[in-house]
Design a binder for this molecule. Structure first.
Ligand SMILES: Cc1cc2nc3c(=O)[nH]c(=O)nc-3n(C[C@H](O)[C@H](O)[C@H](O)COP(=O)(O)O)c2cc1C
Length: 347
């Protein structure tokens, strides 16, 4: 336990914010919300660093990059964009004004954002409590969803959350034909990825038992494995090409989902990836507020020759960045582990 910031960020309590004695401590409090963001394989590839008492920077931790599935660090930067969105959402919810510069130095590509704590406004946002609860409630839910369709109000709110800044778009697949077209690409992506031993090795390196002491990576339980099996899970992933089984499972998940949605951007640069990450997280938090959950089916974006085919299936000229399925969870999912704030916030 360090001041009002618990070691495990999932235990951060909004009531502790007013007890923070300094701007420095308030920034640490906001970083606790930032690190609740999702990240590829739960690598948490971010570093926050104090520049002064009221300024921090967000840097890419490329030592946590996924060389095989994400060779250009595209998903890594998207994950950092999601962390920045969480920080901004928590700030607004707690009544804090931030000034944020994204990618401020062309010569320093690891510097993703500079964040200035500019003061507090009163009263705090009226929906602040709901936003803070949703930041805690968001989960990647890999199991089957209820068949209940997604109400148009929830779709509109998610679209608005993605598109509010004008640099990302949300494409929906609701009807069976469009879902089927995407599901076939997802299944093809599964077979291509699982046939690659390097892909399987990298995934296995980040899968662990729920009882393992690690504060990053994915618990076997999150994939739906019983905990005993998840000891063996990494070994199985590493050793066998389960592409056909994975493809069949994901095909059924994608076709059976109430909705599939793809976040796209105009270009495909680090600035677009940051924007995609921020847009994605705003939408995921909005969906959590509306009682919906999601999981990733990014395979046709990660496998290079499938990405243009996904864009064609969506009839878009933009770059697909994230593919998710959305629905209502049938059971609660425990939170995925997080590294402590003291480890990722330096200086
Ligand atoms: C850019 C990005 C890509 C991801 N890709 C996948 C994926 O392909 N398959 C998957 O099961 N989860 C994927 N995830 C989800 C992470 O594994 C998940 O966020 C992490 O394990 C933490 O769990 P949580 O989201 O429940 O907090 C991705 C997350 C992000 C941000």
């Amino acid at each position: 336990m360090q001041d009002s910031i618990p070691d495990d960020p999932w235990h951060v309590d909004p009531a502790g914010f007013t007890a923070c004695g300094s701007t420095r401590e308030r920034l640490r409090f906001l970083v606790a919300y930032a690190v609740l963001a999702p990240s590829g394989h739960n690598t948490q590839p971010w570093i926050f660093r104090f520049l002064s008492e009221d300024k921090i920077e967000l840097r890419a931790d490329r030592s946590r990059g996924l060389r095989v599935v994400d060779p250009d660090d595209r998903a890594l930067v998207i994950s950092c964009g999601a962390a920045l969105a969480n920080l901004r959402l928590a700030a607004t919810a707690l009544g804090v004004t931030l000034h944020v510069e994204v990618l401020p130095e062309a010569v320093d590509p690891d510097l993703l954002a500079r964040i200035h704590y500019a003061g507090e406004f009163h009263p705090a946002a009226p929906d602040g409590d709901a936003v803070l609860r949703a930041l805690m409630a968001r989960r990647t839910t890999r199991r089957r969803f209820s068949t209940e369709s997604l109400p148009s109000m929830a779709m509109d709110a998610a679209t608005q959350a993605v598109e509010q800044d004008g640099d990302a778009t949300l494409e929906w697949a609701i009807d069976q034909d469009r879902k089927h077209a995407l599901a076939l690409l997802i299944a093809e992506g599964d077979r291509a990825q699982m046939a690659d031993p390097a892909f399987r090795r990298e995934l296995a390196d980040w899968v662990h038992s729920r009882r393992a002491a690690s504060r990053d990576g994915i618990s076997g339980a999150a994939f739906g494995m019983p905990d005993l099996l998840s000891f063996a899970g990494a070994l199985v992933i590493r050793s066998f090409d389960m592409g056909d089984g994975q493809a069949a499972r994901d095909l059924a998940l994608a076709e059976g989902a109430p909705a599939l949605a793809v976040i796209t951007t105009y270009n495909d640069t680090p600035r677009d990836w940051m924007a995609a990450g921020e847009a994605m997280e705003r939408a995921l938090i909005q969906l959590a507020r509306d009682g919906f959950t999601y999981s990733y089916l990014n395979q046709p974006i990660e496998v290079p020759n499938l990405r243009p085919r996904l864009a064609a299936a969506l009839s878009t000229t933009q770059s697909p960045q994230i593919l998710i399925r959305i629905g209502r969870a049938l059971a609660d999912v425990p939170p995925a582990v997080r590294r402590p704030v003291s480890e990722v916030l330096r200086g």
